[in-house]
Structures are given as structure tokens and as C-alpha cells.
Design a protein around this ligand. Structure first.
Ligand code: ADP
Ligand code: ZN
Length: 743
């Protein structure tokens, strides 16, 4: 008999509170229950996270007032997972609980969409009866019409279907001839998309053995996570689809995580095409009503597969058989606010708790995942060749230093090497398609005065403004501050302002000029205001209304266009100069992914990589499609420097409006944490973050690393508790376990 319950409210207290379970509620209250109780004189809703016989607040604890609607409970099967996230990521229970449950379910304001129907009563169907004949001719006519129409209509349509007034219908309802009823309707996110069913493809040899390995793990009592390392175009998605079919046959459900729904519409659609309305698609573009319906459909077992971004991992299935994490290396799986969980890693934990199989798929696995295979934690399954033995695209690297020396006058400003220009002309002549990739948007990256050396930079952030020509504005890409572009130097009045550097907007302008007969489109977050515009451009590209598609990393992922035979990577070394130990890994992965868009059809593809550092090993390995080669060069570097995957890295970030206070808070934290750290923990800082100021806030960071992450996180928790309320009022302290970005 539990006498007390620990309840988490949605308050920023970071802890749970003890309440008494009234005798009348005993046996009705269970873990995950949503209840109402008094907190500081206010009635609040909260979740029961623990039941116990004893409380230190014995005799003083307030009673629970009420158990709320069963449809809004926290799924009990996810409580253990929530506990793990709390403990591993140094997060509070309340924050995790509130993150795992969609806001619309939590708030409980949303109801199922119900529609009123009008049905005929049994008496109305017997049209020969005396009572029927006694009705007025008008009423008889209405009932006869309704019988002809099948008897049951939505109330809204009834009036239009019969030639009578609302008054006549109301009277028939009142007298019992017609019956009103309410029915639940599901809001289908796919209602405006035509989905063609497709049939399972016969698997290649490599695909079959990958499937066999996955099936083995699905059936295993203690499944081991699988890393599916398959090159671009090896047919990983088809393997996922077959694995899910197997799961369904066994009466079990599946979750598929994709990095970003809007950027992977093709992948998402393929699940719907194969499994129809057994698939729930969860993404940020859903209306609240759709999200509510999808979530309840899953909880009630009416949907068997959930496809979605990060949070779909918490779909409340009861018989999970498989979790797929597609493009597992993607950074979007890491949530950049608290709790800072990585859905890829939490998927592995959910797999362990359920237990169920977990498949992490990628052409460029995260170093951590590949390392986990080498130490036997994960099982490695490889698919090294493309479907139908299509060749990998040929990658040519052009040294832009040499190239610039060769180019003359106007050509220098074109940003295109001779080779790339020649190949674009060639492809246009053959009516084939081209993708040009540059991971930077805008027109120019700097605006400087040729006289006094003034450089336009954001007051709120420690970065320069980017010039956007169409809008004629200076934009800060970090805080989105926008200014009218100056016509003269704001410092000295000199009218000769120089625009340096380039982004996609400038490449688009140059491309249009250089290839005046080509149809050109640009895809970056400036031109794509919503997922609809994204769909439109991709549709136009598929229909060959676009010859050259220019874009940022938006076009790097998952696109499968068979007539793209040339990919140009304009400045491949952009990411290499970042002060971040993962810059080589990110560059390798991005180049490989973009290159993988070429030559997916019957024609072989060519990739031209323009760079000023052709000898860099990330680029050389990408050129050879050699993940293993990259891994073998990168891991010794990481090992020497004690970076992941050989250690866990925790970043504590301090943000405040006053630089002195921020630095002081970081110092206080560092001193407090030092007392509790395990012996092997290495401490770097506190120091100003590489991005020292952002959106008006000064930023300091403390980096902690160790082989065992608990030796860090326990001390961090204790240090947090020791910070004075004054520190915490002025400075935000954020603990990021397994941080992905150290900027
Ligand atoms: P990946 O995700 O590994 O890059 P995809 O799953 O997109 O690869 O597959 C590449 C292409 O090959 C797709 O057009 C897909 O429809 C096709 N494909 C996959 N498996 C098969 C198969 N067994 N037989 C024929 N075509 C296949
Ligand atoms: Zn800014």
C-alpha cells in the first residue's frame, strides 16, 4: 500500500515533491498518473513518478486532490527511460517528463475531433407504419430522402441533402425519428498528399545478409545494437522496410528516426507507400490536432510504425520490436536545449530497456558508433556497394590556389574552376542535371571599407555581418539582427565599400550569368520559407524544370535524383577551419553525403571538389570513398588528444549579460565542481567560448572529460546545488553531456 507519491510539476525547481495518497485513491494511482494537487496555495497538475510507504514529510504532506483524465498520463513504459535521461544528462525530472510528452497531450486542452452525425431511428425505417403515415408530407419526404442516401450523414451535410429547413430536422430529432450521435474523426496529416502504394523490392545479396542480421537481433532475447554502414545508394531504406515488415508479422511495432522530416520527404514517403496508414508521421509541421491524434493512435495500438525526428523516439508503443536511426551521425539528433539528449544514444538505451533491436544506419558513421563496433558494444553490418553495382561517383579535387593563378581577369571572380565550368556546360548539353553545393548562404560574407578598414560586425555577437543582396540588408547569421546595407562607410564616409567572400546567393547570380540558358534554382533557408516551398522546388527538379540546383546542406541529405550526373562542391574546406575537434569528421561526412547525390541513375556521376587544402586527409578520404581510411587517420589524433570516442566530453556553458558576472559564476562553478570530480577527469577552463558573445550574452565554458562520464556528472550536479541564487539569477548555467558543438 503506497501512502505517498512523488510528483513532478512543470516548475523550474528541478525536483519532485511528496504528497499523501488519500485512502480513496489507493489502488487507482499508479506511476505516470496525472494528478492535481495544491502547490504553494495554487492547484497544479503534475505527474506521479514514485510511490512509497514512507516520507520525511510524514504528517505534513498535502493530499492529492484528484486523478486526471487517463488519456493524459505519462506512458509508464517510458518512465525508466526518463530516469536514465535524468541521470545521464544531468537533467531534472520535471524537464525530462515535460520533454518526452508532446505539449498538446500534456496540456490536455485538445480533444478528439468529433463530428455530429444524423441517423435514422428504427421507427423511421419502417415507412409503412401508421405513425409514419401520420407525419406531415414534408417530414415524410425528409425521412424518405435520408433512407435513399443510406441513412446516416454528417449533420452539416444533412441540410444540403434534403429540401427542408433546419427547423424540420430539429423537430424530427426531438420527436425521436432522427438520432444525433457524435463520432471521433482522425485528422490525417497525409490527407492532401496522394500516396501510391509500392511493393517490396527483391533484396540484393548485401541487403539480404543485412536483413538476416537484423532479424537475428529482433528475435534475440538480449539484442545487440547494429551499426549498418552502407555507402550512399546501397539501399539502406529498403533494408529498413523489410525489417519492419518482419517486426509487424511478429506482432511488434517499429520506430524510425530521421534527422529532419522537412529535409527527408522522400524517405518519409517511402514508409507511407509501403505500410499505408499503419504509419504515423510525427514532425514539427503537424497541427496540434494532428499531433494529438497521431500520439493517441500510437498509444491505443491503432498505428504500428512511427516515423519522425528526435522526439518520435518517445512514441508510446507497447510492443516495440525495432528502432531505426537513419543517418545516425547527424547532429540534429542532439537536442540543443535541456535535456541535451542525443536521440541516437537514447535509442540504444530504449532498445536495452524494452528490449528490442536497434539499427543505426549511415554512409558516414559517427566516430563514436564505429568505435563502439570495434570494442564489441555494437554489431557492424556493412553494405559496401551500390544497388545494381552502380559505380560510386568519380571525385576530382581541384586545387583553387593553382586555379586562381591560372584564371585571368573576370574569370577570377567566377568562383568556378575551369574543370567545373566545362563539366556544367557538358551536362547542360546532354540535358542532365547539376547540383552545386556551398555551405554558406547570403551574397557576401564581409563588408569592409577600403579606406579606413572598417568591418561591419554584429554588436550582439562576435561575428561579421553577411550581406544579402536581394533584401539589400546586412544580416547576423547568429542572432538574425538585420540592418539596411550602408551606401558609404559608417565610420569615414568613403563610398567605396568592398564586399568580400561569397555565399549561395552570389553563386546563384554568377551561375545565371555564366549559363544564361540554364534554369537555375537556389535552396537555402533564405529561399525556403516552409516545407511546402521545399517540396515545390524538389518537384520542379524531378520534372526537369530546373537544370542547376544550388544549395546549402539542405540539399546534402537523402535526395535521390537519377539524372544528377554532376555535383560541384564550391568551397569544400569551409568547415575545416572551425576551432572544433570534430571539424575534419564533419567535413568528411558532408562531402561524402553531397557526393553521394551524383550518379544514382543509369549514367555515372562526377563530383568536383574545389578547395584550397587538397592534401587534407578528410578531403582525400572523401575523394576515395574511404570511411575506414578516414577513421584510421582520425582516431589516433583523437586518442592522443583524449577526445571522444576515447573519452566523454561534458561542456558547461555560462551565459550572462554582464561579462564579469558570467566569468565569476564560471569560476565559482569550477571551484565547486573540482571537489567532486573523479581522479582521471581533465579540466579545461573556465574560459571564454570561441563564440565569446552571442545574441547579447557573454559566453564562458568549462570543458570536462573522462573515460567514465559519471565521474563528471555527479560532481556537476553537486556543483549546481552549491551555486548561490545570485549566480543563478544573473547567469544561465547549462550542462551539456556528450556535447557536439564546442563553439
Ligand atoms: P541509401 O539510403 O542507402 O542511400 P536508398 O535506400 O535510397 O539508398 O536506395 C537507393 C535506390 O536504390 C533507391 O532508388 C531505391 O529505390 C533503390 N533500391 C534499393 N534497394 C533495391 C533493390 N533491392 N532492388 C532495386 N532497387 C533498389
Ligand atoms: Zn548577432
Amino acid at each position: 500500500m503506497a501512502l505517498y507519491a512523488e510528483i513532478a510539476f512543470n516548475l523550474a525547481t528541478g525536483r519532485c515533491f511528496d504528497y499523501e495518497v488519500p485512502a480513496a485513491m489507493e489502488g487507482k494511482i499508479h506511476l505516470g498518473c496525472r494528478v492535481r494537487a495544491l502547490f504553494n496555495g495554487r492547484e497544479l497538475s503534475g505527474y506521479v513518478l514514485k510511490l512509497k510507504d514512507f516520507s520525511v514529510y510524514k504528517g505534513k504532506a498535502n493530499p492529492i486532490l484528484e486523478i486526471e483524465d487517463a488519456s493524459r498520463q505519462f506512458p509508464p513504459q517510458l518512465l525508466k527511460l526518463a530516469d536514465w535521461i535524468v541521470s545521464y544528462y544531468c537533467a531534472s525530472h520535471e524537464c525530462v517528463i515535460w520533454n518526452l510528452l508532446p505539449a498538446v497531450v500534456r496540456k490536455g486542452e485538445m480533444q478528439h475531433k468529433e463530428t455530429t452525425y444524423i441517423d435514422l431511428s428504427p421507427a423511421a425505417k419502417d415507412q409503412g407504419s401508421d405513425a409514419f403515415k401520420a407525419l406531415t408530407p414534408k417530414r415524410q419526404q425528409v425521412l424518405k430522402t435520408l433512407v435513399k442516401l443510406g441513412g446516416c450523414l454528417p449533420a452539416k451535410e444533412t441540410l444540403g441533402a434534403v429540401d427542408a429547413s433546419q427547423g424540420v430536422i430539429d423537430a424530427l430529432v426531438r420527436d425521436g425519428w432522427l438520432i444525433k450521435s457524435r463520432r471521433v474523426e482522425e485528422r490525417d496529416p497525409f490527407s492532401n498528399v496522394i500516396v501510391h502504394r509500392d511493393e517490396p523490392k527483391e533484396l540484393s545479396k548485401e541487403q539480404s545478409s543485412a536483413l538476416a542480421a537484423i532479424v537475428e537481433e529482433i528475435d534475440a532475447p538480449k539484442p545487440k545494437p547494429i551499426l549498418l554502414h552502407g555507402c550512399t545508394g546501397s539501399g539502406k531504406t529498403e533494408v529498413y522496410l523489410h525489417s519492419i515488415s518482419y517486426c509487424l508479422e511478429k506482432g511488434r511495432d517499429a520506430i524510425v528516426l530521421v534527422p529532419e522530416i522537412a529535409l527527408t520527404p522522400q524517405t518519409t514517403l517511402r514508409f507511407r507507400q509501403r505500410f499505408g496508414d499503419m504509419v504515423s508521421v510525427l514532425h514539427s509541421g503537424l497541427t496540434e490536432g494532428q499531433r494529438f491524434d497521431e500520439w493517441t493512435r500510437i498509444a491505443a495500438g491503432r498505428s504500428r510504425i512511427a516515423v519522425g525526428a528526435r522526439s518520435a523516439l518517445f512514441a508510446p508503443f507497447h510492443h516495440l520490436g525495432l528502432i531505426v536511426v537513419d543517418e545516425e551521425h547527424e547532429t540534429t539528433y542532439k537536442q540543443d536545449e535541456a535535456p541535451h539528449y542525443n536521440a541516437r544514444d537514447v535509442a540504444v538505451v530504449r532498445g536495452f530497456l524494452e528490449p528490442c533491436a536497434v539499427v543505426l544506419g549511415s554512409a558516414t558513421p559517427a566516430l563514436e558508433s564505429y568505435y563502439n563496433c570495434s570494442i564489441g558494444k555494437y554489431r557492424l553490418v556493412e553494405m559496401p556497394s551500390r544497388i545494381d553495382s552502380k559505380p560510386m561517383p568519380k571525385v576530382e579535387v581541384v586545387d583553387m590556389h593553382v586555379e586562381r593563378a591560372l584564371l585571368k581577369g573576370d574569370e577570377k571572380a567566377s568562383f568556378f574552376s575551369k574543370r567545373l565550368k566545362y563539366l556544367i556546360d557538358d551536362r547542360l548539353g546532354k540535358h542532365q542535371q547539376v547540383i552545386l553545393f556551398l555551405n554558406r548562404r547570403g551574397y557576401a560574407t564581409t563588408l569592409t571599407c577600403s579606406e579606413c578598414g572598417y568591418t561591419a560586425s554584429c554588436d550582439n555577437c562576435s561575428v561579421t555581418y553577411t550581406y544579402h543582396r536581394k533584401a539589400d540588408k546586412l544580416v547576423c547569421h547568429h542572432c538574425n539582427t538585420m540592418l539596411d546595407a550602408p551606401k558609404e562607410c559608417p565610420d569615414c564616409g568613403n563610398p567605396n565599400i568592398r564586399y568580400g567572400g561569397y555565399g549561395t546567393e552570389r553563386i546563384e547570380a554568377v551561375t545565371r550569368k555564366m549559363f544564361p540558358n540554364a534554369m537555375v534554382a537556389r535552396m537555402d533557408s533564405d529561399t525556403m520559407s516552409n516545407s511546402e516551398s521545399y517540396r515545390q522546388v524538389l518537384g520542379a527538379f524531378r520534372e526537369h524544370h530546373i537544370d542547376i540546383l544550388i544549395g546549402t546542406q539542405m540539399i546534402a541529405k537523402g535526395l535521390d535524383f537519377p539524372d544528377v550526373t554532376l555535383v560541384g562542391i564550391i568551397q569544400a574546406d569551409i568547415g575545416l577551419n572551425m576551432p572544433d575537434f570534430r571539424s575534419a569528421e564533419r567535413t568528411f561526412s558532408l562531402i561524402t553525403q553531397v557526393a553521394g547525390r551524383a550518379g544514382r541513375g543509369s549514367e555515372a556521376g562526377i563530383v568536383v571538389v574545389q578547395t584550397c587544402t587538397p592534401e587534407n586527409y578528410a578531403l582525400v578520404s572523401a575523394q576515395r570513398h574511404d570511411f575506414k581510411g578516414f577513421y584510421d587517420q582520425e582516431t589516433p589524433v583523437r586518442k592522443n588528444l583524449c577526445f571522444p570516442p576515447f573519452t566523454h566530453l561534458v561542456m558547461v556553458l555560462f551565459r550572462g549579460e554582464d561579462e564579469g558576472e558570467t566569468a565569476q559564476c564560471a569560476e565559482n562553478f569550477a571551484q565547486a565542481v573540482a571537489k567532486g570530480l573523479a581522479k582521471d577527469v581533465q579540466v579545461m577552463g573556465p574560459m571564454p567560448a570561441p563564440m565569446a558573445k552571442l545574441a547579447g550574452k557573454f559566453r564562458y565554458q568549462l570543458l570536462l572529460r573522462a573515460v567514465n562520464v559519471r565521474g563528471i556528472t555527479n560532481a556537476c550536479r553537486a556543483a549546481m546545488a552549491q551555486l548561490s541564487p545570485k549566480d543563478l539569477r544573473k547567469v544561465r548555467v547549462d550542462i551539456d553531456v556528450d556535447a557536439r558543438f564546442l563553439m
